[in-house]
Design a protein around this ligand. Structure first.
Ligand SMILES: *Cc1c(COP(=O)(O)O)cnc(C)c1O
Length: 363
């Protein structure tokens, strides 16, 4: 059994993938500068999928956060609110531009930012909030919007794990001022290497981000600001446009897999809690258990891979160097276990995993 199965789907659309690759080769459309038609096509399709007009493809999801923050006007010394639990990039990107990540603890139930604790962390230096839709589950955007409005803060949604997830019927990425996505191969929508995208409500901000992505150029050889090389490759754009066609169906299959897990796992296992309007596209299926290492070892013995997302709260990592606080994130980190999750798991597979998890809990 695989934790993530990329091959199954890619093999099923092999001829179409091969054709796209051939097109890129014939046109030598490798570099994703502004004129590349594969980039333009992907930006336009992804923009339509999320429902935000201004979409800019870039090299990866980490660059996307950094560039978006700079384009939004976040400067050295500004404070940015981030959840204490996420993949490293969320905090790394903030610190990399010289801004200060201000960590807020998460909810035990959905592992997303605890909105009741945001306001106590707001200072005169706070400029933005980065909600992360962790594991594919929408964060509480209603509350986050209310807080952002009350304190004049910008919202940048980190949607790297949540392509197509919804909050109260609105696609995540279309709710805040800006949003970033990763197309790392194992994400719900994945390229054949690193790739990412940014979306902006404001055209002028999007224009700045587009320049930063390509060496600060307004047009060829007109460098009007410092930027970098964070272009998406033409090959990735072509493949992503093709795969975008099937994302809704693949997300539905993930939800079906999650429902089967929900049904087959004992009630004493803490299962992902999807409440209210916060839907999930189940990038990961994460349970919370006692004696996690024992269960992981047992699963491994039976040929079942599992993972930990993540072993430590962000503030406890070396560059941030906290040694106390964030008690919920800390507890969650000691209990979370990600079970195999991808669209091609069978009921048999899921039953096998569930049996082992249930047995572990009975002894
Ligand atoms: C994957 C991920 C990123 C970074 O994306 P890369 O494309 O790997 O740079 C950022 N935030 C979250 C929450 C992620 O899961």
């Amino acid at each position: 059994m695989q934790f993530v199965d990329l091959y199954h789907y890619h093999n099923s659309i092999k001829e179409e993938i091969d054709a796209v690759i051939q097109e890129v080769i014939q046109e030598s459309a490798f570099i994703g500068s502004n004129g590349n038609r594969f980039i333009k096509e992907f930006e336009s399709k992804f923009s339509e999928f999320i429902g935000v007009e201004n979409c800019i493809a870039c090299a990866n999801g980490t660059d996307a956060i950094e560039i978006a923050l700079v384009a939004m006007g976040i400067q050295e010394g500004d404070e940015v609110i981030v959840p204490a639990l996420s993949w490293y990039s969320t905090a790394e990107a903030v610190a990399s531009i010289g801004a200060v990540p201000v960590f807020v603890d998460v909810n035990q139930e959905d592992c997303n930012i605890d909105t009741s604790k945001i306001e106590e962390h707001i200072s005169p230096k706070t400029k933005a909030i980065i909600p992360v839709h962790l594991y594919g589950r929408a964060a509480d955007m209603g509350e986050i919007q209310r807080i952002a409005k009350a304190h004049s803060l910008l919202i940048l949604e980190d949607c790297a794990q949540a392509h197509g997830a919804k909050f109260n019927g609105k696609t995540v990425g279309s709710i805040g001022d800006a949003a970033t996505f990763s197309f790392y191969p194992g994400k719900n929508l994945g390229a054949f290497g690193d790739a990412g995208a940014m979306l902006f409500q404001d055209k002028a901000v999007a224009k700045v981000a587009r320049q930063i992505r390509n060496h600060g150029q307004e047009e060829k050889h007109t460098h009007i600001r410092l930027g970098r090389n964070s272009r998406m490759d033409g090959l990735h754009a072509g493949i992503l446009s093709l795969k975008l066609r099937d994302i809704a169906e693949q997300n539905e299959k993930r939800v079906e897999v999650a429902r089967m897990y929900d049904r087959l796992l004992n009630d004493i296992v803490v299962k992902p809690n999807i409440k209210g309007g916060m839907s999930s596209v189940f990038h990961l299926y994460v349970i919370q258990v006692e004696n996690r290492s024992g269960l992981m070892a047992k699963l491994k013995e039976e040929g079942i891979p599992s993972g930990i997302h993540y072993p430590a709260p962000l503030p406890y990592l070396a560059p941030f160097n906290y040694t106390k606080g964030f008690t919920v994130a800390k507890e969650v980190c000691s209990k979370v276990l990600s079970l195999p999750m991808h669209p091609f798991l069978t009921e048999q597979d899921i039953q096998k995993v569930a049996n082992l998890v249930n047995q572990h809990h009975n002894c």
